[in-house]
Design a protein around this ligand. Structure first.
Ligand code: SF4
Length: 271
């Protein structure tokens, strides 16, 4: 595998197009913060989950990445980065738990390199049995891509919800954290006029009560060509956040990086 091209955002985020040995292509991203460098890693070529807001979902599924190809993204990007990569998030192309064995092997390989489990986050749209299994097979943090507070809406945004409803997912998430008191991250892509109402925020606050320790990441939607959703205003995002904070949840609006080079959340897709 090799890097075939790189694009750099105005905020410093670096997106890499990586060509695999069979000529298929994936993307991985380096995101720079003051003290940390985070790699956003892909787990599959394309994705089978077809989330309606996601550029990768539009590509369809091609194949799983091997453990070597997952770890290889880290090795390749570290070789062109003059700061050590400190954090790993499985939030690139693909649903990590749909490629379970290879993702667990890769996480365990990173652990052998003494990267703390607190710095490794596996993100999933939610396969309950695999979430429970993940808690047994390795140590890492969990991010659940929820995006909606009820099954009717979530099934439209995240079709796999028709098989695994929210309650079942949240029950599975009770297996995390495996150690210490780190929260389960709840990812919520905020889409204008779809899931950004006050009512949605209140409903979310209620539904999350079954988990003892969560942190909510609000991610204002990044527009993708060919997908008709829009980004809400910052005021809407702030209002949504405040409702969750008032209900007692630690909540942040995630700073969006890499938008101008299509490197931000939900924007990865090999053209
Ligand atoms: S959001 Fe994640 S799981 Fe959903 S289609 Fe995109 S890459 Fe796949």
């Amino acid at each position: 595998m090799q890097i075939s091209s790189e694009t750099k955002s105005s905020d410093g985020t670096r997106k890499f197009l990586i060509e695999l040995d069979d000529k298929k292509k994936i993307e991985a991203v380096l995101i720079f913060h003051k003290r940390t460098v985070c790699i956003c890693i892909s787990s599959q070529v394309g994705c089978a989950m077809k989330c309606s807001f996601c550029a990768t979902g539009l590509m369809g599924f091609s194949r799983n990445l091997t453990k070597e190809e997952i770890v290889g993204q880290f090795n390749l990007l570290q070789s062109v980065c003059d700061r050590p990569i400190t954090n790993i998030v499985f939030m690139g192309m693909g649903e990590p738990l749909h490629n379970y064995d290879n993702v667990v092997d890769a996480v365990n390989e990173f652990r052998k390199r003494e990267i703390s489990w607190k710095k490794i986050t596996v993100s999933t749209v939610g396969l309950p049995d695999k979430i429970k299994q993940l808690a047994k097979d390795t140590q890492c943090c969990l991010a659940l891509s929820l995006h909606a507070p009820n099954d009717e809406l979530r099934s439209k945004l995240v079709p796999i919800n028709q098989r695994f409803p929210i309650r079942e997912l949240l029950d599975a998430c009770k297996e995390f954290p495996v150690k210490n008191n780190l929260p389960v991250m709840i990812e919520y892509v905020l889409i204008k006029g779809v899931n950004d109402s006050q009512k949605c925020a209140e409903e979310l606050a209620t539904v999350l009560q079954i988990l003892p320790n969560v942190m909510v990441n609000i991610i204002p939607y990044n527009s993708v060509a060919g997908i008709g959703y829009e980004r809400p205003s910052l005021a809407t995002a702030e209002e949504f956040k405040q409702i969750l904070i008032n209900a007692g949840y630690k909540t942040i609006i995630r700073t969006t990086k890499g938008v101008d080079t299509q490197a931000a959340c939900g924007m990865l897709a090999v053209k």
